[in-house]
Design a protein around this ligand. Structure first.
Ligand code: FAD
Ligand code: DLZ
Ligand code: SF4
Length: 508
């Protein structure tokens, strides 16, 4: 009797455990475009198109390799509308009662599969370097689960940038050489872009017709949608951008959306590239003398460090993690996140780029949109919903720890040892936004003062009880306490007035 083999839209890899365990001669692969997955959040149209196009091409590839694939398109009349529904329909059709599935990256879908009345074997997704058991072993007995120590374990485990049992170049982390402010003319010509082929065009037409109201621009569409293209995009990054990746990793430029970032997260997350092959390509560039250690180490750390670590945290902390709100912030997400006009140049650029590309790089996500939401007191559940929907690489296992934990401190410090908040000075140092802004970054109060300057202090005062004894934040409170009282009162009153205008939907 044949079994069904479930392949989800972010599991598009031939090496997927469910495919490795299946029998090509007798088992039937099930893939389905379904409303339950397109509608659990209002995904960016480019994200839906990327997933559907890559799913359709992967199904064609599997068929060429000799698999029987039952593929359901979103507009098929028989479409059951959900992954469990599609499994049940295909089970009835084929007479199969057993299903091989690779664990989904979201509790919601794991629970839905567990509730499906079929004999479903959920196999642990071994596209990740650390298994659940390894992460739990590492976490056991630790007071704080800090990424840096986990990362060193992953370096040892993979042997990446290792010189015997010592780190290459003798340090584990070269961040002190990174994070330089941007000089003029940095950044390569951007990531490789791909002209839509027939399959992609068909999907674009479908997405355009079915999701006209979702936030985001669908065309032009230039993502890689199969493994061959994703490998070319990776090679392009390694050659043209990796050498300067480290030095200007945190830079932001008004007219330069990608700087030296890779734009490989969507491809790794949906299975077109493996995390290890991406890191090995970077390590090879170092060995060949084509990229310096600070860049290569910085890049590899993001993947075998941060990426693996946040995935471990998501499963370690459990299904209620995305709903945490330890700072009890309640303000609704302002409409500027959905493209309403704002005079704040940094935010308008980050949101505009997000709308057009379904992409913003890490520092835009953390120190512009994330920082603003945190200091303005936005409800982290709404912030989480926004990040989950607007980025092409957003899947809950990776998005929620980054948003709820790292960016909004809503987990109370599981991930970050202090909140990532800053005044306008940080954005000014790392970008060229402020020069084009209606606000004045150097102005602390009064007409035209940068809102980040006001809200930063408002945040610290609101949460003084929680943070003033944090050893990494004492300096901030001492600076605040040294300001004369009248100035402090003005800052807080102006911050309040700003927040009132923000919540009233005025253009700020
Ligand atoms: P590069 O800067 O070139 O980095 C290389 C790779 O490192 C990335 O492709 C990615 O695979 C990995 N990486 C880097 N930082 C992280 C991180 N913090 N966590 C996990 N992987 C990382 N990343 C996602 O993949 N999906 C998300 O939904 C997501 N949401 C985020 C939300 C917030 C609030 C923040 C602050 C960060 C988020 N990130 C997310 C992490 C990071 O911003 C993106 O991985 C990165 O911007 C992707 O672009 P890139 O491929 O050009 O990355
Ligand atoms: C994100 C997404 C979307 C938009 N659509 C589908 C789909 O129609 N079919 C599918 O199998 N997967 C889709 N996905 C990816 C899933 O939502 C993803 O597998 C879960 O969020 C777990 O990571
Ligand atoms: Fe952003 Fe303030 Fe700079 Fe304007 S002045 S771009 S609001 S940091």
């Amino acid at each position: 009797m044949s079994r069904l083999v479930l392949v989800l839209g972010d599991q598009l890899s031939e090496e997927l455990i469910a495919l490795r365990r299946a029998d090509k001669a007798t088992d039937v692969v099930v893939m389905a475009e379904v409303a339950a997955e397109t509608d659990y959040t209002a995904h960016h149209p480019k994200k839906i198109a990327l997933i559907f196009a890559a799913m359709r091409k992967f199904a064609a590839h599997l068929r060429k390799e000799g698999w029987e694939v039952r593929y359901t398109q979103l507009d098929d009349t028989e479409n059951a509308g959900s992954i469990p529904g599609e499994l049940l329909r295909r089970a009835e059709e084929t007479g199969a009662t057993e299903v091989l599935a690779t664990e989904p990256g979201e509790w919601r879908l794991i629970e839905a599969l567990r509730d499906t009345p079929l004999d479903i074997t959920l196999l642990e997704d071994d596209r990740f370097l650390a298994s659940h058991a390894e992460f739990e072993d590492w976490a056991k007995g630790r007071k704080a689960l800090r990424m840096e120590y986990f990362y060193r374990e992953m370096r040892r485990k993979t042997g990446l940038l290792m010189d015997g049992d010592k780190p290459e170049g003798s340090d584990w982390n070269y961040d002190s050489e990174n994070r330089k402010p941007p000089p003029d003319g940095i950044g390569h010509g951007g990531p490789m872009s791909f002209t839509p082929d027939e399959t992609v065009e068909e999907v674009l037409d479908l997405v355009e017709a079915r999701f006209p109201k979702n936030f985001g621009t669908l065309r032009p569409f230039h993502f890689a949608t199969d493994r061959g293209q994703a490998k070319r995009a990776l090679a392009h990054f390694i050659r043209h951008a990796l050498p300067e990746f480290g030095a200007y990793q945190d830079a932001m430029l008004d007219e330069h959306k990608y700087l030296n970032h890779a734009l490989v997260s969507p491809y790794i997350n949906i299975g077109l590239l493996s995390a290890l092959e991406v890191c090995e390509a970077a390590a090879e560039a170092y060995r060949a003398g084509d990229a310096p250690l600070n860049s290569v180490e910085g890049f590899i750390r993001q993947i075998i460090g941060w990426r693996e670590y946040v995935r471990g945290i998501y499963f370690h902390e459990g299904p209620e993690y995305p709903r945490r709100n330890r700072l009890n912030q309640q303000r609704a997400l302002p409409s500027l996140y959905w493209g309403a006009e704002t005079k704040m140049r940094c935010l308008s650029k980050a949101v505009e780029q997000t709308r057009d590309e379904a992409y913003a790089h890490h520092i835009q996500r953390l120190m512009v949109t994330g920082n603003f939401a945190l200091i303005a007191g936005i409800d982290p559940a709404e912030v989480h919903e926004w990040y989950l929907s607007v980025y092409a690489d957003a899947f809950e296992w990776v998005e929620a720890p980054n948003t709820v934990g790292m960016s909004q401190f809503a987990d109370g410090g599981v991930i970050a040892s202090k909140p990532y908040v800053s005044s306008g000075a940080y954005i000014d140092r790392m970008s060229d936004y402020c020069g084009h802004c209606a606000y004045k970054v150097k102005q602390k109060t009064g007409e035209g003062a940068c809102p980040f300057n006001l809200l930063y202090w408002h945040f610290l005062t609101r949460h003084r009880e929680r943070f003033e004894n944090n050893p990494r934040m004492g300096n901030m409170y001492r600076t605040w306490d040294r300001m004369d009282e009248e100035k402090r009162e003005t800052v807080l009153a102006e911050a309040e007035a700003f927040l009132k205008r923000l919540s009233a939907g005025e253009t700020v």
